[in-house]
Every structure is written in structure tokens, then in C-alpha cells.
Design a protein around this ligand. Structure first.
Ligand code: SAH
Ligand code: MG
Length: 206
């Protein structure tokens, strides 16, 4: 990965360790299926830079779906709350300005397309087969399963489905991302491609 983009990703606020971000980049750089990439859960754009760097090189687009109001676990009082991303006038989280800044600073505005809205709502009307889907949205049971149901069916044959924060041990983290990873494998449509930290990458085989 280009050094300048790597530094841009590492400098962004967010929840993606560098080793996992680089693994995400490597997966996105290895795509064989045609089509754009899409991530669910962009926050301030950290993972978007890793994915966008690979998309830019390949002349593909990356769609980034997020309502930018934060997940349950980003709200005040929760573990992943950061008061810097609260809009002072409205008193609610707004990560969209941070996301734009990250993507702009990385020089990825021609590659990364923000889709500001609710993931299942967008998934329901989506029609373009995707070379890669990265799921890192809400980690509660309902949002995680809705993201899986909404987006896994849009992965093109031979394309990749990546899931973040997959922790087999419930002590290490919430289980819903692990549950959807199990669902994808047990449905027989995906096989494992790689795993780094809590990042799991699956390849669509059917
Ligand atoms: N990938 C990011 C971290 C994502 S945090 C990084 O690299 O740092 C999870 C994000 O999912 C939050 O920004 C939150 O707003 C978004 N999110 C949660 N539920 C959502 C939903 N139903 N629709 C759209 N975005 C959602
Ligand atoms: Mg994550």
C-alpha cells in the first residue's frame, strides 16, 4: 500500500488496527470479480482509506454506507464513545465531516462515494453486484444480522465478504459479528479466505 495513503488511514479517528487495515487493503487489492466495493460502517473514514486505496488503483468505486449518527456502542456512556464527534449544536454524533476530511486528505474523492443513510434501507434497493462487501456497522444482534441479510446477497460470484470485529470468545467482544460470519460459512455460499486479528475475509463460491 502507498505510504501516503497508509499514513492517512493511520491518522484518521476510528476502530481499525493497522495490521487489520492492511489485510483489508490486501484483500481489496486481490479482487478477481468485477464491480464496485461497498462498506457498511465508515465512521470517520479509516477503513475507507484502506479499501479506497485498493479501489483507486484498480479504477473501481467504493461506496461507503453510514448514517453517520454512530452505532449504539458509539453513543455517550458506551465503550466506543468519542466526544469529539458530537455535533455541539445538535448534541448528536455526526461523523460525516470527519469522513469527508479523511477521504479528501487521502485524495480519494474520485473513488469514494458516501451514501448517507440507514444500511438495511439502502440494501433493500441496491441492484449492482459488488466485488467486495465489508461489514463493520452496528454490532448489536439486530443490526449485524440485518447487514448480513441485506448485503451478502449482493456479493458477486467469486467476490469477497469481509467482516470486522469477529470474536469467537464472548469475553473478547460482542458476538453478533461472529454469528454472521458463522451464518455465511454454514449457508455454503462462502469459504474462508483469510483472517487477521478480528478481520475475517470470505470468498463467495455459490
Ligand atoms: N469502519 C470504521 C468503524 C465503523 S464504526 C473504521 O474504520 O473506523 C460503525 C459505524 O456504523 C458507525 O459510524 C455507525 O454510524 C454506523 N452504523 C451503525 N448502524 C448503522 C445503520 N443501520 N446504517 C448505517 N450506518 C450504521
Ligand atoms: Mg470494527
Amino acid at each position: 500500500m502507498d505510504d501516503r495513503l497508509r499514513r492517512a488511514a493511520e491518522g484518521a479517528l476510528g476502530f481499525m488496527p493497522a495490521a487489520e487495515g492492511l489485510a483489508l487493503y490486501e484483500a481489496a487489492a486481490s479482487l478477481e470479480a468485477d464491480g464496485p466495493l461497498l462498506e457498511v460502517g465508515s465512521y470517520c473514514g479509516k477503513s475507507a482509506v484502506y479499501l479506497g486505496a485498493a479501489a483507486q488503483r484498480a479504477g473501481r468505486l467504493l461506496f461507503c454506507v453510514d448514517h453517520h449518527r454512530g452505532s449504539e456502542e458509539n453513543q455517550p456512556g458506551w465503550e466506543h464513545h468519542d466526544p469529539r464527534v458530537v455535533d455541539a449544536d445538535l448534541g448528536v454524533i455526526d461523523t460525516l465531516p470527519f469522513f469527508r476530511r479523511t477521504v479528501g486528505d487521502a485524495g480519494l474523492e474520485g473513488t469514494v462515494v458516501a451514501v448517507v443513510g440507514d444500511s438495511p434501507t439502502v440494501a433493500a434497493v441496491w441492484a449492482t453486484p459488488l466485488a467486495m462487501v465489508f461489514i463493520d456497522g452496528g454490532h448489536g444482534a439486530e443490526p449485524a444480522h440485518l447487514d448480513y441479510e441485506g448485503w451478502s446477497r449482493h456479493v458477486a460470484p467469486g467476490g469477497l465478504l469481509a467482516i470486522h470485529d469477529v470474536f469467537e470468545d464472548p469475553v473478547a467482544g460482542g458476538r453478533p459479528p461472529y454469528e454472521i460470519w458463522c451464518r455465511a460459512l454454514s449457508a455454503g455460499c462462502y469459504e474462508e479466505q483469510s483472517a487477521v486479528g478480528s478481520l475475517r475475509v470470505l470468498r463467495r463460491v455459490a
